[in-house]
Design a protein around this ligand. Structure first.
Ligand SMILES: *[C@@H]1O[C@H](CO)[C@@H](O)[C@H](O)[C@H]1NC(C)=O
Ligand SMILES: *[C@@H]1O[C@H](CO)[C@@H](O)[C@H](O)[C@H]1NC(C)=O
Ligand SMILES: *[C@@H]1O[C@H](CO)[C@@H](O)[C@H](O)[C@H]1NC(C)=O
Ligand SMILES: *[C@@H]1O[C@H](CO)[C@@H](O)[C@H](O)[C@H]1NC(C)=O
Ligand SMILES: *[C@@H]1O[C@H](CO)[C@@H](O)[C@H](O)[C@H]1NC(C)=O
Length: 452
């Protein structure tokens, strides 16, 4: 009681002491008690000690009362509630974890904005309207829409023959890079498209995706000849005349083969490229045969190769086994798309941040070599987005082959493994090992999307 009175005192003389019974404590003391009690309960619950305590004291309570069966039932019920609370807490922790990741991304974005140029800041501040800093004109205005469909009784519900508006797809982030976008869209409608793959790639990485260029013709290379027929084309270096080299530092394939930019991936005759995925070392390097053996023969039919199969070699190897694989590629720095196409394989233009251009549950296998994005390794929320997207496009029972994914030693167990669990992919095989650089680790894994 004195303690309660002390709590009241704030320099003033305490009120004259009244005699109180033990249950008539001050509200502050009650609040304090409640506070302590709730906290203790949460600590007990979250530490997992709650149910343990209950189990420990069950025999003692049985001896104290006659109606021990009823009490036991009560205890059972209490324990069930505690268990439920623990599960809920675990869920909350997981959600807090995700929220933290998102918050970090937001903070990064804000930091990046603080470092942005005056011009970009102006643009962000402008905010109003559609966010464009200058009124749109020409091709860009057309490409952003609205365009009009003539609707009529046969083609829609609108029987009046009026026009319906259609908005072409355009990345909302295009407004942030209007200068680059205007440069990109400054072509002659009906004429030849400029060779500016690097600019296109930069726009895509800014979130300006899909790109709005709609009305020009990419030039054909001079002296273009028909490609070799399959299967010879799979392993033949394409003729130099299959590429428009204007946008690239190299002007022929011998130059590309000599440059180390993708570790000999343009050299199909010799070395690394020829032997990839043929041998399983029981560790980080899996063979295609070993991976396909995880499913009944013939049930892996269509798939996607993300990132690492830069020159289409993974798809070539799979095609030899009757599996159709689409290769995701970008053509910044080297004409990867032309190279893949010349081999007789399908490439799609996809950046690391792109939602995969496939329907849900349609692919039997997704292979990702290296860092997932064909460039520096994808991490954080972006990695989680990418993994959830892989989950989305895989059919139930579909395989995700993570091939030499680079990360730091600490990330292996602290980040990647729990993230894969969160996404819902199940491990069939898991290998980690040192990379070439200091403190760099690699993970190879074969994961499956559960059947249900
Ligand atoms: C309490 O639960 C246990 C199993 O969890 C069960 O064996 C026991 O019969 C239950 N007791 C009562 C009284 O419900
Ligand atoms: C037909 O389209 C016009 C213009 O888009 C719209 O104003 C009108 O309400 C539509 N009529 C019907 C029946 O939907
Ligand atoms: C390939 O291009 C390089 C310069 O990029 C040039 O030096 C070399 O002669 C070219 N080789 C052939 C076979 O055209
Ligand atoms: C898979 O089936 C094909 C033909 O359907 C057959 O040639 C091949 O040997 C089979 N592979 C295995 C591992 O059974
Ligand atoms: C990850 O955890 C497992 C045990 O769960 C351990 O064997 C392994 O060495 C750890 N790997 C790394 C890279 O920390």
């Amino acid at each position: 009681m004195e303690a309660a009175d002390l709590l009241h005192g704030n320099g003033k003389k305490p009120p004259p002491p009244r005699r109180r019974r033990w249950w008539q404590c001050s509200t502050t003391a009650v609040t304090l008690l409640m506070f302590l009690l709730t906290n203790t309960v949460s600590i007990v619950v979250s530490s997992g000690a709650g149910p343990a305590l209950l189990r420990r004291y069950r025999p003692a309570t049985i001896r104290l009362w006659d109606g021990s069966a009823a009490l036991l039932a009560d205890l059972n019920a209490t324990q069930a509630v505690l268990d439920a609370s623990r599960a809920e807490l675990a869920g909350l922790y997981a959600r807090v974890g995700t929220a933290n990741e998102l918050l970090r991304t937001l903070l990064d974005a804000m930091a990046a904005r603080d470092g942005a140029t005056e011009q970009q800041r102006e643009l962000l501040a402008a905010g109003g309207g559609d966010g464009w800093k200058r009124e749109l004109a020409g091709e860009l205005k057309l490409a952003v829409g609205p365009l009009h469909l003539l609707t009529n009784a046969r083609h829609g519900r609108n029987a009046t023959g009026d026009e319906a508006a259609v908005f072409p797809t355009l990345g909302h982030a295009c407004v942030r890079v209007q200068d680059d976008l205007e440069r990109y869209m400054a072509y002659t409608p009906g004429g030849e498209c400029p060779a500016d793959e690097a600019l296109a790639h930069r726009l895509m990485l800014s979130g300006c995706e899909p790109l709005p260029r709609r009305r020009c013709r990419p030039p054909s290379p001079k002296g273009y000849a028909h490609p070799l027929p399959l299967p010879g084309s799979l392993w033949a270096t394409p003729p130099d005349t299959s590429v428009v080299w204007d946008a690239y530092p190299c002007k022929n394939y011998s130059c590309l083969q000599a440059s180390s930019s993708c570790d000999g991936c343009f050299d199909l005759r010799r070395g690394r490229e020829k032997a990839r995925w043929a041998r399983d070392d029981g560790a980080l390097s899996y063979s295609i045969a070993a991976v396909l053996a995880a499913r009944p023969n013939g049930t892996v039919r269509v798939g996607l190769d993300l990132g690492g199969g830069a020159s289409g070699t993974f798809a070539a190897r799979m095609l030899e086994r009757g599996v159709t694989v689409v290769t995701a590629a970008v053509s910044a720095g080297a004409p990867l798309n032309s190279f893949i196409a010349s081999r007789g394989l399908v490439s799609v233009h996809v950046s690391a941040a792109h939602r995969l251009p496939f329907f849900d549950r349609t692919l039997d296998i997704v292979h990702a070599a290296g860092g997932l994005g064909g460039g520096p390794a994808v991490t954080g929320v972006m990695l989680e987005f990418a993994l959830f997207d892989v989950y989305r496009v895989l059919r139930p029972g579909g395989l995700f082959w993570l091939d030499h994914f680079p990360c730091s030693h600490a990330q292996v167990n602290a980040t990647l493994a729990p993230m894969l669990g969160r996404v819902g992919l199940k491990k069939l095989r898991w290998n980690t090992g040192r990379g070439k650089e200091k403190n760099q680790w690699h993970i190879s894994a074969l994961l499956e999307k559960p059947m249900a």
